[in-house]
Design a protein around this ligand. Structure first.
Ligand code: HEC
Length: 457
């Protein structure tokens, strides 16, 4: 189904107001603590199994003991510990071991090697290298720390840091689904590595900004990739205004707010509304009625935007709910609350057209499934084409976002992308493309409108 989760879930996120501040654990500090002392999150001693059956804890298995304080490895032991600075591990052709296969690590293969001892090419490491019981955020901390560790030839300041920003797991099912897809980006056809994201997990928007600023204060040569911003877009944009760190592929249902440095945004609800109004106008609809939810701030805000657009674009005359509908004009109805067939059946007229942004329609009423209602026409706006060309497969928002993010990460691995020099178009899966800095009009042209027609019997 195109929108897995109904509007209640999505809008619910916008209504969260009571938020408590949580203590921020900086991933770099967490990574250093594990690396040097074997102390993980919340002060726990990390555990590991060495030589297949010996369980050890804490300092005894701290990475520093074998890989050295500079993570360059070496040592006198029979099996030498390799250089595990992240830059080295994530290189396509690292010279970590003589005759080692030339496969590089990303987030998921790094987790695998630490937990199971199987390398990116499924070679089993010598049993002297411990198999660790590390959690995802602890592994993430290690990646971040190994990326910052002393590297004369590539200091951290020169390396573009890619930060992610997602709610902690269990808070939002969409965010969890996105997180798991991003951990499993497919490898590119030419085998180039998928760059790792330094993922920051937050409790609340306040917590997110503390973590993000903490990380940025150590290195501003960064970009924020696919931050999960549902409901706190404005707060985020204001907090990011003092730096010029770009936000790539923001996860939001809105257009880029003014003053935002957003790159590759999907068309938000504002552009979807504009695209719907344009197509209604093109079909000769002259009057517009807006159904909104007075108690919902997103819905009322969008209603105001829609009314303004209708007059700015000289398109449709707004009629309010109490006015009688005159049969002489064709009337379009813009749904900015959950589309409701009951209301339609009571009030509908022959020449009515329902304009519905996809998040306001139940998956069960999605394309092609309009049984049981008498409305003649529906136009549904999607931020992307929800159906794979020539097949009946549906794309979910998570599929589409993750596809774009994985493609972006592979570009970072292949090309010399810098914070100030991002591509102008992001294209993936043949039929998808996004512009770097689209305006409202360009975004509205990117909207996909499904025209569903069901004739009255
Ligand atoms: C007791 C010594 C020891 C400790 C402690 C240790 N390692 Fe290792 N590690 C090794 C050795 C030896 C190898 C190489 C084994 C091989 O090549 O078969 C290795 C290999 C690795 C590799 C694979 C690199 C490659 O080239 O494929 C990674 C990644 C790694 N260690 C990370 C860590 C991290 C992170 C920690 C701490 C959380 C750690 N190690 C703690 C000894 C150790």
């Amino acid at each position: 189904m195109p929108w897995l989760h109904t509007v209640t879930l999505l809008l619910g996120f916008y209504l969260i107001s009571d938020i408590n501040l949580a203590l921020a654990t900086d991933p770099v500090d967490l990574g250093r603590s594990i690396y040097e002392k074997g102390i993980g999150r919340d002060g726990r001693e990390i555990g590991a199994v060495i030589h297949k059956s010996i369980s050890l804890k804490g300092a005894a298995i701290a990475c520093i003991g074998c890989h050295g304080s500079d993570a360059r490895g070496g040592g006198e032991a029979f099996v030498q510990a390799p250089d595990i600075r992240w830059l080295n591990l994530s290189k396509p052709y690292p010279a970590r071991r003589i005759a080692a296969s030339s496969m590089s690590y990303d987030q998921s293969s790094f987790s695998k090697v630490l937990r199971t001892g199987l390398t990116a090419t499924d070679r089993r490491l010598d049993p002297i290298m411990p198999r660790f019981d590390l959690a995802d955020d602890e592994i993430n901390g290690l990646i971040v720390y190994l990326g910052t560790i002393d590297q004369p030839e590539h200091t951290e300041q020169n390396r573009l840091i890619i930060l992610g920003l997602l709610p902690k797991s269990g808070q939002n099912t969409l965010a969890d689904a996105l997180d798991s897809k991003l951990k499993n980006c497919p490898t590119t056809e030419n085998g180039s590595p998928i760059t790792a994201i330094d993922m920051l997990y937050f409790d609340t928007p306040e917590d997110a900004m503390i973590k993000l600023n903490n990380r940025l204060s150590k290195n501003m040569n960064a970009l924020v990739l696919a931050p999960f911003l549902l409901g706190w877009e404005q707060q985020y944009v204001e907090a990011m205004q003092h730096n010029n760190v770009p936000t790539v592929l923001p996860f939001s249902v809105l257009n880029p707010p003014d003053e935002s440095n957003w790159v590759f945004p999907f068309p938000g609800l504002e552009s979807q509304i504009l695209a719907l109004l344009k197509s209604a106008k093109a079909e000769g609809y002259m009057q517009l009625r807006i159904y909104s939810e007075p108690k919902n701030s997103l819905s009322t805000k969008l209603a105001a935007v829609a009314a303004k657009m209708a007059s700015t674009y000289g398109m449709l005359e707004i009629i309010n709910n109490s006015e009688a509908i005159y049969q002489k004009n064709k009337i379009a109805i813009l749904w900015l609350k959950q589309f409701d067939t009951d209301q339609i059946n009571q009030n509908s007229l022959k020449d009515e057209l329902a304009l519905i942004p996809a998040i306001f329609i139940k998956p069960s009423l999605a394309i092609g499934n309009f049984q049981g209602d008498s409305l003649q026409k529906k136009y549904i706006a999607y931020p992307y084409n929800p159906k794979i060309a020539g097949s009946s497969v549906w794309r979910t928002p998570i599929d589409v976002w993750a596809g774009a993010v994985c493609k972006f990460l592979s570009l970072v691995g292949e090309k010399s992308i810098s914070r100030n020099k991002l591509p102008e178009i992001l294209q993936w899966e043949n039929d998808f493309f996004l512009y770097d800095k689209p305006g409202l009009d360009l975004l509205s042209n990117q909207v996909f409108i499904y025209k569903g027609i069901k004739y009255l019997q």
